[in-house]
Design a protein around this ligand. Structure first.
Ligand code: C2E
Ligand code: CA
Ligand code: CA
Ligand code: CA
Length: 276
């Protein structure tokens, strides 16, 4: 790469400049987005395989930018991570998500669980556990109804520190879930050493579940392994009825995906909930 360095640089430099300009612009817009109230949470129901009832929802962040339109999280979460802005943004997400679950309960009598994604930087913030517990008590929400979704990636480095934080959250009664299971290429041993409650099968496995016998076998094996470790299993990204049927027939506990509902804004979620 060293030998090719110069010509590569000459070829890509203008693009890089443009990229970093775009990045800086995005960064300064993101810094103002919280106070300008441009962030929004959308919600996607999580459905019990046993009876088809909705038991919870996952909160998914959207950035409603007046300049850029509706910005999806994959476009700004990585930058929010790098800059540390994910810490105040993540706190806002937790507050809003718990408050929404509380409102739904008041409106419909249904005490749903709320699942919130937590990124590594946010998780390692020394204030994280404390501020999460504070939010729960301010809203008067039982810890058991909050589920934090964490990726395997988070456990890769410095796992001793991560273990201590997971223990604290677990002792407080908060439920912990492994998100995107199967994409992290990590050793499976962490599943028994950390206090996880839920395993979310990544949507890439769900998409292929009926594509071949090997894929079906793999998903069945994940479900039975999770159960033998006392983990509840959620399949995400269920787009087709046949995928849902297969998963439910093979003991998957919860399903989530476009087939049941896309993520929707708060008001639409409440309407959806009233009809279910
Ligand atoms: P994720 O946690 O794996 O969330 C599931 C993603 O799959 C969501 O994308 C959701 O809209 C999408 N999805 C749901 N059902 C289906 C389906 O049937 N088919 C397909 N193809 N996709 C489906 P979204 O909302 O764009 O979020 C992308 C990622 O951004 C999330 O992946 C999560 O890692 C991250 N993210 C979202 N909200 C937050 C947040 O509040 N905090 C943090 N730290 N990360 C977030
Ligand atoms: Ca998730
Ligand atoms: Ca637990
Ligand atoms: Ca996921």
């Amino acid at each position: 790469a060293k030998h090719k360095g110069k010509s590569a640089w000459e070829r890509f430099a203008p693009e890089m400049e443009e990229l970093s300009h775009e990045r800086l612009q995005m960064e300064s817009r993101m810094r103002r987005a919280l106070e300008l109230e441009e962030f929004e949470l959308w919600f996607q129901p999580i459905i019990s395989a046993a009876d088809g009832q909705v038991t919870g929802a996952e909160a998914l962040l959207r950035w409603n930018s007046p300049v850029m339109g509706l910005v999806m999280p994959d476009r700004f979460i990585p930058l929010a991570e790098e800059t540390g802005m994910i810490i105040p943004i993540g706190r806002w997400v937790l507050e809003q998500a718990c408050a929404a679950a509380k409102r739904w309960e008041e409106a419909t009598g249904k005490a749903l669980n709320i699942a919130v994604n937590v990124s590594p930087r946010q998780f390692r913030d020394p204030e994280f556990v404390h501020s999460t517990l504070q939010i729960l008590s301010a809203i008067n929400m039982p810890a058991e109804r909050l589920e934090l979704e964490i990726t395997e990636r988070l456990l890769l480095d410095n796992s001793i520190e991560a273990a201590a934080i997971l223990q604290e959250l677990d002792s407080a009664g908060i439920r912990l879930s492994v998100d995107d299971f199967g994409t992290g290429f990590s050793a499976l041993s962490y599943l028994k050493s950390y206090p996880f409650d839920v395993l979310k099968i990544d949507k890439s496995f769900v998409a292929d579940v009926l594509a071949s016998n090997d894929n079906s076998a793999l998903v069945k094996a994940i479900i039975s392994m999770a159960h033998s470790l006392n983990l509840t299993v959620v399949a995400e990204g269920v787009e087709e009825e046949a995928q849902g049927d297969f998963l439910i027939a093979n003991d998957c506990d919860f399903v989530q995906g476009y087939h049941y509902s896309r993520p929707v804004p708060d008001a639409d979620f409440l309407t959806w909930l009233r009809g279910h």
